[in-house]
Write a new protein. Structure first.
Length: 156
């Protein structure tokens, strides 16, 4: 079976994306614009781990979020953050993330499927809404792809 650059087979991706009706789990998320001194402007996508108290986090360079179905952008995995980051806006005064943080959007994400190397989810909001798939690159710890997928019919 042919694998893409992330190391996951195309048939597996197709199965994740093509499911017509999915039972979902809802969990908090936040998207923050971060004007960092060293890393520059980027957005941080943070989603609370199911049955956990931490936010799994990805940095999206230049705040690029896929708009069209099939569009892909780089997402860089960062360290997990505490739930307090769901509400944080303001200045980070020291360390690597030094700079200004502003909340772009927060709410509840519909988790469609979450595995060790992928996360399929749906978010809705005034600025960003749609269904997305995060897939980790093969043999890379922190480099992931964020892919816009077709929207799902969901059962809550």
């Amino acid at each position: 079976m042919k694998k893409n650059k992330s190391g996951i087979t195309k048939s597996f991706i197709k199965k994740l994306i093509d499911t017509e009706s999915i039972r979902v789990i809802r969990t908090p998320y936040v998207i923050q614009e971060h004007l960092a001194k060293r890393a520059g402007k980027h957005c941080d996508l943070r989603i609370q781990r199911i049955n956990g108290n931490v936010l799994e986090s990805w940095a999206l360079p230049r705040c690029r979020i896929p708009e069209k179905m099939g569009e892909k952008v780089l997402a860089i995995r960062t360290k997990p953050h505490s739930r307090l980051w769901l509400y944080f806006e303001g200045e980070i005064g020291e360390g690597y993330g030094k700079g200004t943080v502003k909340i772009l959007q927060k709410g509840l994400a519909n988790i469609l499927n979450w595995g060790p190397h992928y996360l399929h989810f749906n978010i809705g909001g005034p600025k960003i809404s749609g269904t997305f798939l995060l897939i980790r690159f093969k043999n890379e710890k922190d480099n992931w792809l964020l892919i816009r997928t077709k929207d799902k019919k969901m059962r809550l």
